[in-house]
Design a protein around this ligand. Structure first.
Ligand SMILES: *Cc1c(COP(=O)(O)O)cnc(C)c1O
Length: 398
């Protein structure tokens, strides 16, 4: 099935234009919407009036255009867009669990997600078991009668382990649980819903927008689930209110249309640098390299057109050495010492003390994370050979 589904063409096949034929759909700069008939307003409240908008925390036409394009990319029935990736993740999870329920989560997730699962949910008597998500037996063994969600990232941060989405979906289905996949690292490359995931999550802040000018997120899934999120009485998204601003939606939609080209270049550049680091004798973690334990699995699951992704990590053994290299690389113009990813410039940071600092050091070691780990999000450099020469110069000074 995945062979016949092309996320880029799926977006490009959409006929989206504005009310005056504007090729970039109009930005709907409105919090509330007027009705000509009181009855239609009533129906919209109940979620029944197709094509009518009530209030922008619920739906806004600009947000709908972006959500429809993301649903097309994922091959899901629907989507909803949020003001941050964390807004998407937290609402998506809370919609599916009640007090007393249980979640099985990958041990390696984005730091904010980890903190939410580990520190925040227990306040509501929601229990989370953390497992090595690549160990399917461990996942099965962690399932309890009250397990409602299996949570993972398609390619985990920062160890770049690949989730076996079809196998995890099977475990979820056999136990009446939902498989939720954060696909932030691999848009276009992986289509989790086509592989069996029930809910696909995004931080649009990263590759999808790609400009580092805002934070945003998305939840993609089936119609009834997306409708439940914005139900006026019980919808987590409607009641907690993390809605995206329509101006941002409009900007992200335009950037989404170049995502397929950008992903190819990010992947090409990441592969180039990963191979060069490896040749230089540095320990490299990149699922595009044949020596990565999940290389074969990723090849089976991915759309080959977009490469193995723009993120890789190197191990400099200790924090001091990693810091020195990052400082030198920034001065040399190879990229910025900054958190985040998916930007047109290369970004690098020490995972243990930044994006995964919410993960206790003991757990970091358990997940195989060295304190000298540098995560690279490789940019759109036109001359990546030159970038490597700059980096090589920095390494020779260490
Ligand atoms: C950045 C990130 C998030 C959080 O998204 P925000 O837009 O910063 O709220 C979640 N998951 C992953 C994998 C991320 O990289």
């Amino acid at each position: 099935m995945k062979k016949h589904f092309d996320p880029a063409t799926s977006i490009q096949s959409l006929l989206q234009f504005g009310e005056y034929g504007d090729v970039n759909p109009s930005v709907t700069d409105s919090a509330t919407f007027t009705f000509m008939q009181a009855k239609t307003m009533l129906e919209t409240f109940k979620g029944e009036a197709e094509g009518c908008f009530l209030y922008s925390r619920h739906w806004n036409p600009s947000n709908k255009y972006l959500a429809d394009a993301l649903a097309a990319m994922e091959g899901t029935e629907a989507a909803w867009v949020t003001a941050s990736g964390m807004g998407a993740i937290t609402c998506a999870i809370l919609q599916l669990v009640d007090s007393g329920d249980h979640i099985v989560s990958s041990r390696t997730t984005y730091g904010g997600t980890f903190a939410f699962l580990k520190n925040y949910l227990p306040k509501f008597n929601i229990e989370v078991s953390f497992v090595d998500i690549t160990d399917l037996e461990a996942v099965k063994n962690a399932i309890k009668p009250n397990t409602k969600i299996i949570y993972t990232e398609s390619v985990t941060n920062p160890m770049l382990q690949v989730s076996n989405i079809p196998a995890l979906a099977e475990i979820a289905n056999a136990n009446s649980a939902k498989l939720m996949v954060d696909n932030t690292f691999t848009p276009m490359i992986l289509s989790p819903a086509r592989l069996g995931a029930h809910v696909t999550l995004y931080s649009l802040t990263k590759f999808v927008n790609g400009k580092n000018d805002c934070v945003a997120g998305a939840i993609c899934g089936q119609n009834d689930y997306i409708a439940s999120l914005i139900d006026v009485n019980e919808g987590t998204a409607m009641l907690l209110g993390p809605v995206l601003d329509p101006f941002r939606s409009s900007g992200i939609l335009k950037n989404l249309h170049t995502l397929h080209i950008r992903m190819k270049q990010h992947s090409y550049n990441a592969m180039y640098l990963a191979e060069k680091f490896k040749e230089a004798g540095v320990k490299v973690i990149y699922p595009g390299l044949p020596d990565h334990p999940d290389h074969q699995l990723l090849k089976e699951l991915m759309h080959p057109d977009f490469g193995f992704g723009g993120v890789f990590a190197i191990d400099m053994d200790n924090f001091e050495k990693a810091s020195l290299l990052m400082e030198k690389m920034e001065l040399a113009g190879a990229g910025y010492l900054a958190v985040s990813l998916g930007y047109f410039k290369t970004l690098f940071s020490n995972s243990g003390k930044s994006t995964s600092s919410e993960v206790p050091e003991e757990d970091q070691r358990k997940m195989g994370m060295s304190e000298g780990l540098i995560r690279f999000s490789v940019g759109l450099d036109h001359d990546i050979e030159n970038t490597w020469e700059l980096i090589k110069g920095c390494m020779s000074e260490l």
